[in-house]
Structure formats: structure tokens, C-alpha cells
Design a binder for this molecule. Structure first.
Ligand code: SF4
Length: 338
């Protein structure tokens, strides 16, 4: 059993709510533990059923499925709350905790990097999995002579998602550079893509520091090519997602109106899980994605037709210049999810 799950604490919280049936929603990375988790609940005589559909974020909260199953409590593993949901949901993120010594070594590695140490005012970001280390890293960097800003968007202090790095906006002017502390590129690129400030990633597992700005340059080249390709398109399929935290129907309708005003034909399509296979047979020249913002950005090469973001449609119809390129983001507690 993965000790980061802290199952005893979870079961204690579940017991306090005295549920008749608990529904568990488990992300891919924790599926190895699913039978052990069910066993632990059963030992406490708590009836439990697990949803194994892929879940990549709390945007895909399964509260409706839990209701359909007759469960009166849903435990969503792996992610923190990111939008308004019913009371009968327990969000159970899984944290990586690093000790002070580890953080000191990480800061020493950052200071050794000539490029990073040339910056003095650092914007620091983490995902929920690393959030318990935020204050330790801040303290370590401050002791190392840096001025540290964490910022707060709709999420926790310093926390970002792959579709929401709005914490960046609140501190951008105070920072010379941004630092993402965590592994993988999905989240760090949410910071790097949206800003031309020097952006770095420190991976606590490989202990490597990487400069990410080349990714933004590449992104802009690719997006410019796709927008140009879509200029000749006459028919557009606008994709709306049924996942709660990804549904932006109002934005889809607005985008449809924008395209029609520009003399294009636009259709609305709805899906739960968006894949290139789901579009096979559909006769459109280009698509606009209003679901998870990273589908258009990270998976573009998997689609045979250009897949644009709503903000890129503004460029296509002449309402925005490419110089003002805006990364598509979702403010889950804000006004953009409608
Ligand atoms: S919408 Fe996409 S990036 Fe945002 S939380 Fe969901 S899966 Fe992650």
C-alpha cells in the first residue's frame, strides 16, 4: 500500500459521516492500490464501490455517477477540490513530503545554476501533490538570498493546475523569474507557456533544473502554423465536454457565433472523453476545443485537422492579434466555467 494515501485517517473521516455506501474515484496512478483500499474499507464494514474510469483531475469529479450508484459519499483520490461540488465529497490528495535536508540540497542546486541564481525575485509554483513542501522551499530560497512570491489564483497559495496557472498573474510584476517545483512537464508548462518570463523547473526526483522557455517558443510556432492552416477552413466542429470542470458551453456558443459572423459554418459536438478516434467520420475542416485546455495544446499532433483553442479563434477572425496570444485557461471557481 502506498503510505502517502494515509488510509487510516481517511477511513476515520469517512466513519464520521456514517455513509451507507461509499463511492471511490481513483486516478490511474493509484489503481495498483485499489483492491487493498477496498479491503481496508470492508474490514471496517463500510460498503464501497470504486469507479475505474480514467480521471485526470478533480475537473472530472464523479459525484453524478456516485449518485447514480446510490452512494451517499464520494471519495475523490489524488486531487484537491477545484470547483463547487456537493457537500458529500471528500477530496483526498496524495502528497510527496520532503524533509528539510532535501529542500536545503535542492536550494543549493538552484544557487549553483548560473542562470537561475542571476534572478533575485522568484515566483514559486507547485501542484497539490507538492503543496505540503511549499513553505519549506520558500524558506530555503529566502535563506539562500532570494525574494520569493507564491501568488494565489482560485486555488491554494502557489498551487497551479495544467489548465490554471492564474497564481502567476497575481505576482508576475514582482518576479524576475518563475520556478515550478515538481516532476513531469504537464504542470510546469502551464506556467512556461503563458509567460515570456524566464521559467525553470526543479524536478525533486531527478534533482535537475531545467530552463523551460524554449517550450513556449516552440508552442507559439506550432500554434501559429495551426491558426494559419485553419484560416482556409469553412466548417468548424466546436467541442463541448460533459466533464463538470471542463464544460464551457457558453464559451462554445460564443465561439460558434464568432465563427458564423466571420462567414464560417460551425457545429457543436459534445463528448465526455475527447480523442481523435471520436472525430473519425465527422466532416469538418477544423475543430475548436472548449474542454480541458491541454487537449488542443499537447495533443495537437494526434489530430488530422487543426484543433484550435477559443482564444485562437479570436485571432482567426481578426479580433485578436497573434502578438497578444493568450493561453486558454479555465478558472474553475471563477466565471469561465459556465
Ligand atoms: S481540465 Fe485538464 S488540466 Fe485542468 S484539471 Fe482537468 S485534466 Fe487537469
Amino acid at each position: 500500500m502506498d503510505s502517502r494515501i494515509h488510509l487510516h485517517e481517511l477511513i476515520a473521516q469517512v466513519k464520521q459521516r456514517n455513509p451507507q455506501l461509499v463511492c471511490l474515484q481513483i486516478p490511474e496512478g493509484l489503481k495498483f492500490n485499489v483492491t487493498e483500499i477496498e479491503d481496508a474499507f470492508s474490514k471496517e464494514n463500510i460498503p464501497v464501490i470504486t469507479i475505474l474510469d480514467p480521471s485526470f483531475g478533480a475537473c472530472d469529479i464523479a459525484d453524478d455517477k456516485a449518485k447514480l450508484l446510490g452512494a451517499d459519499l464520494l471519495v475523490h483520490f489524488g486531487h484537491a477540490k477545484m470547483m463547487h461540488t456537493a457537500q458529500n465529497v471528500i477530496y483526498w490528495p496524495v502528497f510527496y513530503d520532503f524533509d528539510d535536508r532535501f529542500v536545503q540540497d535542492a536550494v543549493a542546486a538552484l544557487k549553483k545554476d548560473t542562470f537561475f541564481s542571476a534572478h533575485k525575485k522568484i515566483g514559486l509554483f507547485v501542484t497539490i501533490q507538492f503543496h505540503s513542501n511549499l513553505e519549506k522551499i520558500r524558506k530555503g530560497l529566502e535563506e539562500g538570498g532570494f525574494e520569493v512570491h507564491t501568488g494565489k489564483g482560485d486555488l491554494l497559495e502557489g498551487q497551479i493546475l495544467g489548465c490554471d496557472a492564474s497564481a502567476r498573474n497575481t505576482i508576475s510584476e514582482k518576479c524576475d523569474a518563475f520556478l515550478y517545483f515538481g516532476d513531469g512537464y504537464f504542470h510546469s508548462l502551464a506556467v512556461a507557456y503563458a509567460s515570456d518570463k524566464p521559467t525553470y523547473q526543479f524536478n525533486p526526483f531527478t534533482k535537475e533544473l531545467e530552463h523551460l522557455n524554449a517550450y513556449r517558443e516552440k508552442l507559439l510556432r506550432v500554434r501559429s502554423g495551426l491558426i494559419n492552416k485553419a484560416m482556409d477552413a469553412q466548417t468548424f466542429g466546436i467541442i463541448v465536454c460533459t466533464k463538470k470542470g471542463q464544460m464551457r458551453k457558453t464559451l462554445a456558443l460564443k465561439t460558434k457565433a464568432m465563427l458564423e459572423e466571420a462567414g464560417k459554418k460551425a457545429y457543436l459536438f459534445c463528448m465526455d472523453h475527447i480523442t481523435p478516434q471520436s472525430l473519425i467520420g465527422v466532416q469538418c475542416d477544423a475543430y475548436v476545443n472548449t474542454a480541458c485546455t491541454r487537449i488542443a495544446i499537447d495533443d495537437a499532433q494526434n489530430y488530422t485537422k487543426p484543433m484550435l483553442t477559443p482564444a485562437e479563434v479570436e485571432i482567426l477572425v481578426g479580433q485578436r492579434t497573434f502578438a497578444n496570444y493568450k493561453l486558454d485557461e479555465i478558472r474553475h471557481f471563477g466565471t469561465k466555467v459556465e
